[in-house]
Design a protein around this ligand. Structure first.
Ligand SMILES: O=C[C@H](O)COP(=O)(O)O
Length: 339
């Protein structure tokens, strides 16, 4: 199968079919917990590694198509700040960047000035949901909140549900929850399923992304099974990491999760989204992820309704690469501040 990414139509991707009236993709209603299916899941680690090595050995994007694919990556980005020293000022600057992620002069040079390029969402802690909603007013860009005691997820269950409800009440249209890793590490799939179902119910109309914190889950089998259980419980997206684990997003882990999304769609007809997050900071890496998604799930997933990058610094590198594409020279990193 060829991995060469041809030039995408960014505008078409931003208005792809299957989007509900809120601008989001259709939701995953979930299903009952099927333990037979969960236990039948096995991942062959060396096959997964080989698959990723084969991807790395090939050129994923033809040079002339690169700029268009980088713009696609921007439109699929949850521009994120999740730091202990976050301030209202930083969140407002981030929101300004989300609304105008690429300099108008660069867009004009690429003939893209008519396209409304924004990031897919802005992702913040609960405390800053109101600030981000205010700063993004009129832009249509949703605010995603990390709720449920992010990043460890070890606060009492009822407080996690309350945090979700308060984030939704404050205007978050997407909620990124964290699962209790212990349920996975002890094989307590019933508890994981129930936890995820409660999170989904507390979200109401807000779309829910399940953060598996894959770096904590020890094995690819655990990652695959946790992906499946969260989808059965109604997760709209499955997301790799909080960005705070020692290992965050990686291509082999994304591949395993994409395969589970494919299996879930084949058996239920439901499309669940994927969000690699944490440590995706280079434009080149974003192209590898897009190529993998295209190969594993097809073009339908190459849209913000079904694919997101969770990233705090990726946008700066993409802007640098776009500048190089237009002007033939790299500018200094400090010329691309994010927040
Ligand atoms: O969900 C998003 C991540 O926390 C962002 O991680 P990053 O700062 O490594 O890009």
């Amino acid at each position: 199968m060829s991995t060469a990414l041809r030039k995408p139509d960014v505008a078409a991707a931003m208005s792809s079919p299957g989007i509900d009236s809120s601008g989001h993709g259709m939701r995953n209603p979930g299903m009952s917990l099927d333990m037979g299916w969960v236990e039948s899941v096995r991942v062959n680690r060396s096959a997964a590694d080989r698959r990723i090595q084969s991807l790395a050995g090939r050129r994923t994007v033809k040079k002339e198509a690169q700029a268009a694919w980088l713009l696609k990556a921007v439109t699929c980005m949850d521009l994120t700040t999740l730091n202990g020293d976050d301030t209202e000022g930083r969140v407002r600057r981030l929101c300004a960047k989300a609304m105008n992620p690429v300099k108008p002069s660069l867009l004009a040079a690429m003939g893209m000035e008519e396209r409304r390029i924004t990031t897919a969402a802005v992702c913040v802690y609960h405390r800053f949901v109101g600030t981000a909603v205010d700063a993004l007013q009129g832009s249509g860009i949703p605010v995603a909140a990390v709720s449920t005691g992010f990043p460890a997820g070890l606060t009492p269950h009822h407080l996690k549900l309350q945090e979700i409800e308060e984030s939704v009440a404050a205007g978050a249209r997407e909620i990124d929850i964290v699962i209790t890793r212990e349920y996975v590490l002890t094989g307590n799939w019933q508890a994981l399923y129930e936890e995820m179902k409660d999170y989904r119910a507390a979200c109401g109309d807000a779309h829910v992304k399940a953060i598996l914190a894959t770096g904590d889950l020890k094995t690819l089998n655990n990652i695959a099974r946790a992906s499946l259980v969260c989808m059965m419980a109604g997760a709209d997206f499955i997301k790799t990491s909080t960005g705070k684990e020692s290992v965050n997003a990686t291509l082999p882990i994304t591949m395993v999760m994409l395969r589970m999304i494919r299996q879930y769609q084949a058996l239920t007809g439901i499309r669940v989204g994927h969000k690699p997050a944490g440590g995706v900071s280079k434009a080149k890496d974003s192209l590898s992820y897009l190529a993998l998604v295209k190969e594993e799930l097809g073009d339908a997933w190459l849209a913000p309704e079904l694919f997101r990058f969770g990233a705090s610094s990726l946008l700066g590198d993409i802007e640098r690469q776009l500048e190089h594409h237009v002007e033939g020279a790299y500018s200094a990193n400090h010329r691309h501040p994010i927040g």
